[in-house]
Every structure is written in C-alpha cells, then in structure tokens.
Design a protein around this ligand. Structure first.
Ligand code: IVH
Length: 702
C-alpha cells in the first residue's frame, strides 16, 4: 500500500507540518499524509501519530480548506470518515451513515460546542440537556436486529459501507442474539457500539500468549479490532470481547417508516436497550443539565479512568433529546449534536537518542532510554526504563529508532515497540556493558535472573544508591535527610558508605550553604533517633538483594544481635516459614564479606543499635482479635489517625495491610475524598467497606 520509504517521508512531513504554518501549496501533501495516517490507524493497526497529533493535523486541513476557499479534494479526509474496509469480508451498506466525532480537549472547546448548539436551537434552548458517555477505545460496530433477531453486524468501514462481520459478532456474549424490539413496534433497528476487550482479560490473554510464545497484543484496542476481523469465528469467540452500545441510529416498523422518535431521547433509548438485555457501562444515566456540569463529569472520569474495567480514551457529550439532535443535524464528517472530549494521550512517539546505564541499590544495572521530550497524559517524558538486556533484545530496540511510548494504568511510561517501518538503516544496536560503568568491575548475571549486577561491595555509585535508600522513610526513616542531601555529602566526600552516615561532622554541615546551625542540629537529632531503630529496619536498610521488609522482620524475630547472622547457615534461614533459599543465599553472602561486617561494627561504634528491640518481637495477637486473618487497606484522608498509626492498630488486631484493591482484600477503610479504590471495592462487592469512625469503634478506640 505505502512503501517503507513513503511511510518515512509522510511521517516526517507530518511532524514538520505540525510545527509550522501551512499554505495552499501544502494542501495536496497534507491530504495525502492524513489519508496515510488513517490507513495506519484503521487498517494497518499501527498508528504513527498520537490522536492529538492527528487531530491537530486534521484541524490544519480544515483551516486550509476554509481560509483559502480551496476546491476541496474528493479524497480529503474532511469529505469522508476514515476507512477500515478490508477485502476479506463482504461489504454491507449501513442504514444510516456511520459518522465520526469532532474532538475537544478543554472546557473552552465544550463551551464553544454548546454555544454552536444554542445558535442552532434558537427558541428551544431550554430543552437542552446533555448525556455524557465513556468514549470506549475499541472497534466500532453496527448491529442490525430484524424481527427481534440479530441478523447483521458490520464494522464502520468508510461510514457508508462496512465489512460484514456477523459471524464474529454473534460470538460476543454481551450482544443478545435476540431482543424483543417488537414490543416497541419495531421491525428493524440499527445500533452502534464499540467492541472492547476488558483490561483484565487483556492482561490474562497476554500472559497466556507470552507463555505459549505468541506475539503479545499491543493494547486492548488492537485485540478488539483484530478480534472482530478473525477469519474463524471460534477465534473471535476466544478473545472474550464485549460490546457496549452507544447509539440507536435507526429504527423502523414493517413498512419501513421511521420509529426512532418514539424513544424521545438518548437516555430513554438506552434504558430500553438495558431492559432488552444490552450491556451498559453505567448504572445511572449520566445526564448533565449544562455544559459545565458535563465538563465536570468528563474531568472526573479522566481522573478515575484507571478504575474503569475497559480502556476509555475520553468521554462523549451528546445532546440528549432526539428531536433536538435532528434539528442540529450533521456535517459530512460528524454529528453537530455530539462531541468527544479526549483525555490526555497515553501514547506518543519519540526518537531514542541514547541509552544510559544506571545502577540500583542492590547493584542491578538498568538501561534507561533517553528520548526526545514528548507530552504523555499530561507530563513530559524524556527518560524511560528499558528494564534489562532481554527487554531490549526481545523488542529489538535500536539507537535512533522512533519508538512508541505508552503510559498505561500506572504512571510509569514504557516503550511498546520501535516503529521499524521508519528505520533508515542508520539505527544502531544497543551495546550492553560487560563491566560496571561506575567501578569497571566485570558485571555478573545468574541464569535465572534478567539483570546484570555489579558485585563490588566498594562500588561508590552503588553505595550512593544504598545510602539514599538507607535514610529514606521506607528504611531508617531519617527525617529531613533526603536524596539531594545524601548526594551533596557524597560529592563533598563525606559519605562513602552507610556507616559514614552516623559519623558526620555537624560543625562542617552547619556552615554549608543552605544549612546553618539549626538545620544541622535537626539533622543530628534525626540521625541520633534513627540509631535506636529496630534491627528489622536496619536489616532492611542494608539493601541486600531480595531481602525486603517482611523477610527482615521474620529474621529479626529470631536473632538477638544482627551479627549473629554471620554464623547462620542456609538451614537457619529456610527453617523460618516464608523464607526461601534465595533470600538465604543473599543474606549469607552479604555477611560473609568482611567489608560489610566491618561497616556494621563501625556503625555500632557510632551508637547504632544492633540488638533485638521490642519492635522486633512478634506482636501478640489474641485469638479473638477482631481482624484476625483479614487483609485491610486504608484509603483517602483519615481525620483522627495517620496512615501508619491506623495500619499499626489494624495489625495489632490481627490484620495484614495490603496495598491494592482486589478480590484478596477483605476490608477497605475509607477516609475523606476516597477515589478509585473505593469505586473498585464497591464494584467487587465482597469487600467490607468501613468509615474511619466504624474502624475506630470496632477496635474499641472511638
Ligand atoms: S457516538 C454519531 N459514543 O468513537 C455519533 N462514539 O471518534 C457516533 N466511540 O466511531 C459516535 N465510544 O467508534 C459515540 N460513547 C460513544 C463512543 C463512541 C467510542 C467511538 C466510535 C466512533 C468514534 C468516533
């Protein structure tokens, strides 16, 4: 369809168009470029531009056509909706054109939309009411029922005709094969909706695909659109897709007379559909009396988007009343009565400039991609972890590649893949170092591990990372001793290893720029406080590979003095329930290195506690402890307790604190402004939800 060279050219032209003012002479190329990007998106399933970039280009085209009153080309994207037609399937004509949506990104855009609507509806403005709907990120589908039976399903195609995918659609269980439209006097109805794959299902399917060595789905959208187009309906069924209906587009009686108006409005039509067995993504109809309220809902959903079971990339604001919709009408491209509010993009492309190798507190070397800064879901991304050597090899990522970047459910951006079709042959394979980039000692890697490690106990950069962790909240919790201070003291040569933290010269610190006597004193008392920490904390803060908080706690219970561990054998560890040979091996190795023992002894000489404390001993939990054996999670702002206090109180009552809402969670305690965790827990239905007061009352502390 497009040669590799042409793809590269069109990509580069598009990028430069995005950054410049266009003139009439750019028109033909712009039309070609947009058609190309539509093909990449709909047919090749491999978009090169973010939605926002596409929209910006599209807008430039609209402006060109209007400003210069150009003779609009027949193949200009403004003249048709994008095409996903595929010659494997028979084409069928839609009963009414299947249009696209215009996009908005800010309140002002929505207000502009609202004022256009008010102009179109002069005299009946008081009837304006909006419906706000999730904008599902999947593949659009048009389904036709005749005589109460599902008789046809089609993709959007070019908006007039689509591919007939009836056999595949019939395998989708959330699409009723039979629905009693006849009770409403309807013979034929055409519904529009989106086929989607739930995030949960997506994760499971990809896990299986990884296990059996199949290519992974890039995202749920591709998995869904691909599923609709399977040649074998059994394979479509196997994807476990869902369909959400978002429009009743056409309804007629036996004589072919339109009966759509009897449903009055979108919300009423949707509740009829719900009664007939269709799946709705919301429990109550999301109606909004004004555009500002509609915007509030859009914003709310944007911040809660991760709590939805399905990927949503925006919200759609629709004029609710069918008569008003008809009056407002449509352009060739989109209805004037609806607009999409697009969330901040989670995908973007950028160029891989270089790879830096960082070292972590346990010596693992992590390659980090430095890319040209790019906006992604509201933040600028310029550094992205490449995890390890295998990740780079599997994805065949090369220096100079244009890479597709995504910020998924969590906040961390990652590289989905390089866009190999944009390669020019100048891209260079990434060389993984064989020696530590900081201390030059050869790196090591065990067979069962993905990471290369520096095992030199005196690697300075590694020790810096250990010190940063050591002082952190998680570890020794030294108040006011942040990363930047550790780095500063390290640069001044005052800190070489953890031991030095307890032997600082406060006179020198007090004359440092930005310090003074008071802050030097504060730092001293915070460090002095930490000296009496439990050995659970101390063990955890040594950054021994695989030895986390929980294992530290289990080990600390068994010893009187931390240096007892210098005599421990593998059995001494593995006798402890939940401690395995891997932790054993790593702790044994740590305590067999003389430099480590000496450092710990130095710490003792500076007053650091090495003996078991009360905090290290197991909590005595009564048999009738109220939360015995339960898992608990606190969310939102608590009014009477700090998070830590609440967690300790819960532990004293036998509960185990966990960090995520899932079916493993028994109790969720909600403070003020609880967000997506509460929503998710409500959906799961098996979780007991308590207010802070109820929690306090239950543990007898109200
Ligand atoms: S209404 C005439 N509602 O977005 C109105 N579309 O960018 C047509 N989409 O092709 C669209 N969720 O596949 C509408 N709640 C929703 C939607 C939705 C997803 C898709 C749809 C359409 C595309 C337009």
């Amino acid at each position: 369809m497009y040669s590799k060279k042409r793809q590269q050219e069109l990509f580069e032209i598009s990028k430069s168009f995005l950054n410049s003012e266009l003139t009439v002479s750019d028109y033909d190329l712009l039309v070609e470029a947009l058609n190309f990007h539509e093909w990449k998106y709909y047919v090749d399933n491999n978009p090169l531009l973010s939605d926002k970039e596409y929209d910006d280009l599209y807008q430039k085209l609209e402006i060109l056509e209007q400003k210069y009153e150009l003779a609009v080309k027949a193949n200009s994207p403004t003249q048709r909706v994008s095409s996903d037609l595929n010659d494997q399937f028979k084409s069928v004509k839609h009963y009414s054109p299947m249009l696209s949506l215009s996009n908005s990104y800010a309140l002002e855009d929505l207000q502009e939309f609202d004022s256009q609507i008010r102009k179109l509806l002069l005299g009946v403005e008081d009837k304006i009411n909006y419906f706000v709907e999730p904008k599902f990120d999947g593949g659009s589908i048009a389904v036709v029922y005749e005589n109460d039976l599902l008789v046809r399903a089609a993709t959007r195609g070019n908006g007039i005709e689509g591919d007939d995918i009836t056999a595949n659609a019939k395998t989708i269980s959330s699409l009723p094969l039979k629905a009693k439209f006849s009770e409403y006097g309807i013979y034929r109805v055409e519904l529009r909706g989106e086929a989607v794959m739930s995030k949960n299902n997506f994760a499971k399917k990809n896990q299986i695909r990884q296990e059996i060595g199949l290519d992974l789905f890039a995202n749920p959208r591709n998995a869904a659109t691909g599923g609709l187009r399977m040649k074998d309906p059994m394979e479509a069924k196997e994807r476990g897709l869902d369909v959400f209906i978002f429009q009743m587009a056409y309804a007629s009686d036996e004589k072919g007379e339109s009966r759509i108006m009897q449903f009055v409005s979108h919300d009423k039509a949707m509740s009829v559909l719900a009664d007939l067995g269709f799946k709705l993504p919301y429990k109550e109809m999301p109606l909004a009396g004004s555009i500002d309220i509609a915007f509030e809902t859009c914003r709310q959903w944007e911040s809660d988007r991760d709590a939805f079971d399905y990927e949503i990339d925006g919200a759609v604001v629709k004029l609710n009343d069918f008569e008003l919709q008809e009056r407002a009408g449509s352009t060739q491209h989109h209805p004037r009565w609806a607009i999409a509010f697009k969330f901040k993009a989670k995908q973007a492309t950028s160029k891989l400039l270089s790879v830096e190798f960082q070292i972590g507190k346990t010596g693992a070397i992590t390659p980090v991609a430095k890319v040209e800064p790019v906006q992604l879901a509201g933040v600028t991304v310029s550094s992205i972890s490449l995890h390890n050597e295998d990740f780079i090899k599997q994805k065949d990522i090369r220096l100079g590649d244009t890479v597709l970047i995504e910020r998924a459910g969590d906040v961390i951006p990652y590289i989905v893949k390089p866009l190999t079709e944009l390669r020019k042959g100048e891209e260079v394979e990434i060389a993984f170092p064989s020696d530590c980039p900081f201390c030059s000692v050869p790196l090591e890697k065990s067979e069962d591990q993905a990471a290369w490690r520096c095992v030199n106990p005196s690697c300075e950069e590694q020790n810096l990372q250990k010190m940063i962790y050591h002082v952190s909240k998680e570890a020794m919790n030294i108040d006011g001793f942040g990363k930047s201070i550790v780095e500063k003291f390290y640069q001044l040569g005052w800190l070489k290893d953890i031991g030095d933290i307890y032997n600082l010269d406060y006179d020198k610190i007090s004359v440092l720029e930005g310090f003074g006597e008071k802050s030097a004193n504060n730092l001293k008392s915070a460090i002095d406080n930490a000296k009496s920490n439990s050995i659970t904390r101390l063990l955890n803060s040594l950054s021994i590979h695989h030895l986390g908080k929980r294992a530290s706690k289990l080990i600390a219970r068994q010893i009187e003095h931390i240096l007892d561990l210098a005599r421990w054998t593998e059995e001494s560890y593995t006798e402890i329930k939940d401690i395995g040979p891997v932790v054993a091996k790593n702790v044994i190795s740590y305590f067999s290195i003389q430099a480590n023992i000496e450092m710990i002894k130095r710490m003792e000489s500076f007053g650091v506690n090495l003996s078991q404390t009360e905090d290290d001993k197991p909590l005595k939990i009564a048999d009738d402890a109220i939360f015995k054996g339960k898992t608990i999670l606190f969310t939102g702002a608590l009014q009477n307790l700090s998070r830590k206090e609440a967690q300790t109180l819960a532990e004293q009552q036998g509960a185990r604190n966990i960090s995520a809402v899932s079916s493993n969670l028994d109790i969720l305690v909600v403070g003020e402004k609880a967000g997506s965790k509460l929503k998710k827990a409500q959906l799961l239905e098996t979780i007991t939800i308590l207010t802070e007061e109820e929690f306090l009352r239950l543990i007898g502390k109200a």
